[in-house]
Design a protein around this ligand. Structure first.
Ligand code: HEC
Ligand code: HEC
Ligand code: HEC
Ligand code: HEC
Ligand code: HEC
Ligand code: HEC
Length: 498
């Protein structure tokens, strides 16, 4: 046979190598074309198109090289056979069957491998992949995500955008993430805030529209104290979540002030954005008002270090919330998942949840052990007669642990501040603390009634207080002075900056 290429290229091994390399190359082109026409980029598609398939392609080429080498050494020893293509005679029924079989198998192979790589490509975009591929790393974020209001919103919807610049950025960070997981270079916990998160206008505001928030939202809570009786306090308030548009008449409330009437910019030299000393408000007429703490009065931050205040500055945990133990215990106790009639259950549960453990398995075991030991030592009656209540409550506490604490990644509420509110972290009080001064003695207000109105509260067995025009907050434990002037996180928060 006289081919254009050296003899060695026609050995069966080399032909196989060519086929493997050729098919992988075809699939790479196919995936790149798919991605080109897709609506959204898939950051980890690169794993298949640029890592797995090229690796297979290289194996194919190595096979060819090996075949050539083998052929050469055979030739040197004079053992090389004359390579000829088989003669196919389609008039011979045997040949005909063979040819049609080979054609069918080849076509099927091509279709299946195209389908397979398409499926793999789709999988890299799924939340399951994002959340479980790097199991240890993403375990906390994925677990919290599954328990959030956004568990049906894809990871990519918030984290990756469309367009060429996002394509490149996502490929680079995807590759870097792969490297850092492979070589164990990632930080525990993963750092927050994310510096280059997609702007909220492109994510949140595609589904939620600030102009379409109206009036107030009723928020109720039960709070149990850590005394023997787990004394119950309850509170109902109206959160002034309104936004609105002038056209429909109602224009006031949290979302109005921050997102519609004004553009607000702030400066912080704290990477975690927990201290905000300088704030600028620009209203729709372009009038600027600056508020700052006393030590930053003469200060003007460079414009590139100012951040536009958006949804994420309050809602920084829309999908990954690591809750405080008392918050979760209050919820579980009010819904009966933990029995609030067990003496000191809140207190002991707070203790065991906050202890240091190395792994979730260890925690789950020890939580059971500690609580059982406590009741058998202090309340042997309960240990004997209320086995089921105790068992159910222990399970509840274990569940709180495994959904909110991730010791392997060192993730818990102390590491990830939640800026919505002001009880455990500074949150709203980063600015609304009566310590940010503007012109003419104006301050960013810390008045308890600008954000919510308490309409009812009840302490233990006392009668419920109700008022539609708003009540003064009655702090559950008897603090000597009014809590209004204190920052709640001073007592309730232990956010740890590393
Ligand atoms: C509703 C929008 C949204 C969705 C959906 C979402 N995230 Fe997030 N994610 C965020 C925001 C907001 C932050 C915090 C950003 C900040 O504070 O800068 C964040 C932070 C993170 C972080 C950094 C660590 C941390 O907790 O701050 C990781 C990792 C992460 N997300 C992974 C995921 C994964 C994996 C999924 C899908 C299983 C996902 N996210 C889905 C909005 C989202
Ligand atoms: C793809 C659409 C989509 C995107 C993008 C999205 N959300 Fe949502 N969000 C929803 C839906 C749907 C709900 C209601 C879920 C429910 O009630 O269970 C919701 C609920 C909420 C709630 C109420 C949560 C609660 O616990 O009651 C808040 C706050 C919120 N979103 C903020 C955000 C923020 C901030 C972002 C941007 C980081 C965002 N959302 C992005 C669809 C979206
Ligand atoms: C100044 C802080 C702040 C900013 C900025 C902010 N929000 Fe909110 N948002 C809140 C507060 C506070 C609540 C009430 C939380 C609660 O349920 O207790 C809320 C509630 C919500 C809810 C639930 C409303 C309901 O009626 O259940 C959604 C959805 C929401 N915000 C979306 C957004 C989006 C989207 C943006 C950006 C355009 C945004 N928020 C900007 C503070 C803010
Ligand atoms: C970066 C600083 C900053 C943070 C953080 C912040 N705010 Fe504000 N807030 C402001 C400024 C500035 C104003 C407007 C003051 C003005 O009009 O001059 C304002 C105004 C408001 C108003 C209107 C007040 C009024 O007098 O009617 C509400 C309501 C509000 N904020 C709610 C919140 C809530 C809720 C949070 C926390 C989830 C929050 N803010 C966090 C800076 C902040
Ligand atoms: C700038 C707005 C703002 C101001 C000022 C403010 N709050 Fe709040 N407060 C909030 C928000 C937002 C939440 C809800 C957080 C959430 O949904 O978890 C909240 C929640 C609460 C809660 C319920 C706590 C919980 O986690 O269940 C109490 C009690 C409370 N506030 C009391 C006060 C008192 C007392 C003052 C005055 C010293 C005050 N607030 C001032 C915005 C504000
Ligand atoms: C001087 C310290 C201190 C300050 C400041 C403080 N608290 Fe408390 N708080 C306590 C103590 C102590 C308890 C009782 C804890 C217990 O017995 O469980 C408590 C209990 C509570 C509870 C009920 C327990 C629970 O389930 O969380 C709520 C709600 C609460 N505080 C809200 C607030 C709010 C809101 C603020 C800010 C306006 C605030 N506290 C400021 C010390 C403080």
């Amino acid at each position: 046979m006289k081919g254009k290429l050296p003899q060695a290229f026609y050995s069966p091994l080399a032909l196989l190598g060519f086929a493997v390399a050729g098919i992988s190359f075809g699939l790479i082109l196919f995936l790149i074309a798919l991605e080109f026409f897709a609506h959204e980029t898939k950051p980890y598609m690169g794993i298949i198109a640029f890592i797995i398939l090229p690796a297979i392609m290289i194996c194919g080429l190595l096979l060819v090289a090996a075949a050539i080498w083998r052929e050469h050494s055979l030739m040197k020893r004079g053992l090389a056979k004359e390579r000829t293509f088989p003669v196919v005679d389609l008039n011979d029924p045997k040949h005909r069957t063979a040819v049609s079989m080979i054609t069918i198998v080849t076509v099927l192979l091509l279709v299946f491998s195209a389908f397979g790589s398409f499926k793999a490509y789709e999988y890299t975009d799924s939340d399951e992949f994002c959340g479980t591929m790097c199991h240890e790393v993403m375990h906390p974020e994925y677990t919290a995500y599954l328990n959030s209001a956004h568990s049906r919103v894809g990871c990519a919807k918030c984290h990756i955008g469309p367009g060429a610049d996002w394509f490149v950025q996502a490929k680079i960070s995807g590759a870097y993430q792969l490297y850092s997981v492979a070589f164990n270079k990632f930080s525990r916990p993963i750092e927050t805030p994310i510096k280059n998160l997609r702007p909220a206008q492109h994510t949140c505001e595609q589904c939620h529209w600030p102009a379409h928030f109206f009036s107030e939202k009723k928020v109720s809570g039960n709070y149990y104290l850590t005394d023997e009786a787990n004394t119950l306090h309850s509170l109902t308030m109206l959160m002034k979540v309104g936004g609105g548009s002038a056209a429909s008449g109602i224009t006031q409330g949290i979302h109005y002030h921050m997102n519609i009437a004004n553009d607000i910019y702030y400066y912080t030299d704290d990477e975690t954005r927990q201290t905000i000393p300088w704030v600028k408000v620009i209203d729709k007429q372009g009038k600027e008002v600056i508020y700052s703490t006393k030590d930053k009065e003469e200060f003007t931050p460079p414009s590139e270090e100012m951040r536009r205040f958006d949804c994420i500055d309050c809602h920084n945990r829309p999908a990954h919330i690591y809750n405080q133990p008392d918050k979760m215990l209050n919820r579980f106790m009010s819904s009966g998942l933990i029995d609030p009639t067990l003496p000191y259950i809140k207190s002991i549960a707070m203790d065991v949840l906050e202890k240091d453990y190395y792994t979730t398995e260890e925690a789950v075991k020890k939580i059971d052990l500690y609580i059982s030991n406590f009741y058998s030592a202090s309340y042997p009656d309960i240990m004997k007669n209320r086995q089921d209540d105790l068992k159910k409550s222990i399970q509840g506490i274990q569940e709180i642990y495994s959904k909110n604490y991730f010791p392997v990644m060192k993730v818990n509420w102390k590491k990830y501040p939640n800026n919505l509110g002001h009880m455990y972290y500074e949150g709203c009080f980063r600015c609304h603390d009566d310590k940010h001064f503007g012109p003419d003695g104006k301050k960013i207000s810390a008045d308890c009634n600008i954000c919510h109105t308490i309409i009812s509260q009840k302490a233990g067995d006392e009668t419920e207080m109700v008022s539609l025009s708003g009540l003064n907050f009655l702090h559950p434990s008897n603090l000597n002075q009014g809590v209004e002037y204190n920052q709640c996180p001073d007592c309730h928060g232990v956010y740890q900056k590393d």
